[in-house]
Design a binder for this molecule. Structure first.
Ligand code: DC
Length: 230
């Protein structure tokens, strides 16, 4: 078992395989795992169920402030609840994916969820935290910061593989959708998607998951501040 102690931030755009890399790294290091995207997705479920316009920032902020959002921090399980209801499957659906960007752009929503993220992280000796603004905003003092990226066409291909899509026109549509979300997440005023100045940029265009996981684990094990080694 690794002796890594500290926080690893794993940021980057959609479709880079970030989640599976983050989970595998956490498992290898015996660390906790926090999926902050799941929290924005859970907030989006609350917004959809309240029937308010996702583009109405005030209404969105009000609904999310009143919602009880719970996420687990164990790499092997996916616990996501809104007001006690299990939404782990629903947060991955198209309805949520379509409107999560405007919900996650609301500053009051971000403040609330960032506070919650910091509290969850404070409870762990070793943790891998996945998102868009972890190295820049949530944990600026993280032990190791990784920014995982890949060419949009490759990301769309991988996503298509997961969804079982083969049709070229549908893959092109996925690529367009990824670019649109990247553009939205990178250009929003509050906490845009960008690498922290001290992040290690890992481009997975030509690397398979195993190679990316090995690279991040090696970086973690040699990270400054990685704690006592026995
Ligand atoms: O990683 P994901 O696809 O589950 O994230 C869902 C959305 O939430 C994505 O459009 C960007 C947003 N998000 C964010 O703004 N900040 C984070 N730390 C994590 C996700």
């Amino acid at each position: 078992m690794s002796t890594f102690r500290g926080q690893i931030s794993l940021d980057g755009p959609s479709g880079t395989g970030k989640s599976s890399v983050a989970r595998a790294v956490a498992a290898r290091l015996g660390a906790s795992y926090l999926d902050t995207g799941a929290m924005y997705r859970a907030a989006t479920v609350a917004v959809l169920d309240a029937g308010v316009d996702p583009e109405d920032a005030d209404a969105v902020a009000r609904v999310v402030a009143a919602a009880r959002i719970e996420v687990g921090t164990t790499a092997g399980t996916e616990l996501v609840r809104v007001d006690g209801v299990d939404v782990a499957k629903r947060i991955r659906g198209a309805e949520v994916t379509r409107v999560v960007s405007p919900v996650s752009a609301v500053p009051a929503v971000r403040r609330q969820l960032v506070d919650q993220q910091r509290s969850l992280v404070a409870e762990a000796d070793a943790v891998v935290v996945e998102g868009r603004d972890i190295g820049t905003v949530v944990l600026p003092e993280a032990t190791l910061k990784i920014y995982l990226t890949a060419a949009p066409e490759v990301r769309a291909q991988r996503r298509a593989g997961q969804l079982g899509i083969r049709d070229a026109a549908e893959v092109a549509e996925l690529t367009k959708d990824l670019r649109r979300r990247d553009e939205y997440d990178s250009s929003r005023a509050d906490s845009p998607l960008r690498p922290a100045a001290d992040a290690v940029i890992v481009d997975s265009t030509k690397l398979d998951r195993r190679a990316v996981v090995d690279r991040v684990v090696a970086l973690a094990e040699s990270a400054v501040g990685a704690g006592e080694r026995s």
